[in-house]
Design a protein around this ligand. Structure first.
Ligand code: ADP
Ligand code: ADP
Length: 226
């Protein structure tokens, strides 16, 4: 089974704007995949549809073989999603945000606490566990989003511009963390407009521009062409 298959995906927004003009993609299990492209290309729209935050207009999306139209619950169980915008409750405490998320997946309180501790420690947030999320720096908020996305140990992690606005040093430690969880078997898809980020992390890439895939290859093949 593929981790993700997208077939002829189209999205026209309510205002008539055609953000995706029929894109097709496949991501294999265990891959580290980048969706690369300039601002406005359609990257967030694509990941938004895969994570069912955005409705598609046409086409088929399967997550680990589960069609998001007919098997949405199963598809969602496979996914951890880190959207670009911070969407946690800023007044909730860091630890509670992660544990509450685990509850949505039916994970018991004890195990939820253990998973939350594991990822908060890994992401350097354990000391901040009793802080309200609004008190965290931007980089910490991003890491909190990642801990929350991973708490149910999803098969695939989806990140939309994970290091936007993050300084170089923290970016490198986030890369290190992502490599580690990918090596442990989690499929990762991220969007970025930094070629350097894709180059450093990803095995396979698709380049999207004006709602169309203009290249889909291994990172190596892309670099050989440049
Ligand atoms: P849909 O067709 O998926 O229902 P809408 O067109 O209704 O999407 O827009 C959803 C939300 O996105 C609205 O709140 C809208 O204000 C906002 N929005 C509209 N245009 C843009 C844009 N160019 N970029 C980002 N968000 C936008
Ligand atoms: P990217 O992530 O590559 O920067 P997006 O998927 O966010 O691109 O946006 C693709 C295009 O769709 C952009 O031109 C954006 O302005 C437009 N767009 C995004 N959301 C909406 C919306 N809700 N309504 C109308 N247009 C939108």
């Amino acid at each position: 089974t593929l981790a993700l298959s997208i077939d002829n995906l189209r999205k026209t927004y309510g205002n008539g704007f055609e953000a995706l003009k029929g894109i097709s993609l496949e991501v294999k299990q265990g891959d580290f995949f980048a969706l690369l492209g300039p601002n406005g290309a359609g990257k967030s729209t694509t990941l938004g549809i895969v994570s069912s935050l955005v409705n598609k207009s046409e086409g088929q999306v399967k997550v680990f073989g589960h069609d998001i139209d007919s098997e949405l619950t199963l598809a969602k169980l496979c996914l951890g999603v880190v959207p670009q915008e911070f969407n946690f409750n800023p007044f909730e405490k860091v630890f509670d945000i992660v544990v509450t998320q685990a509850g949505y997946y039916g994970i018991g309180r004890k195990r939820a606490g253990e998973r939350a501790e594991f990822y908060l420690r890994k992401l350097g947030l354990w000391e901040k566990r009793n802080e309200r999320a609004r008190m965290l720096s931007g980089g910490m908020k991003r890491r909190l989003m990642i801990a929350r996305a991973l708490v149910h140990d999803p098969k695939m992690l989806i990140l939309d511009e994970p290091t936007a606005g993050v300084d170089i040093e923290l970016r490198r430690s986030m890369w290190e963390f992502l490599r580690e969880i990918n090596a442990a078997g989690t499929t990762i898809i991220l969007t970025t407009h930094y070629l350097e980020e894709a180059e450093s992390l990803c095995r396979n890439i698709a380049i999207i521009d004006h709602g169309r895939i203009i290249q889909n290859s291994t990172m190596k093949a892309l670099l050989a062409k440049l």
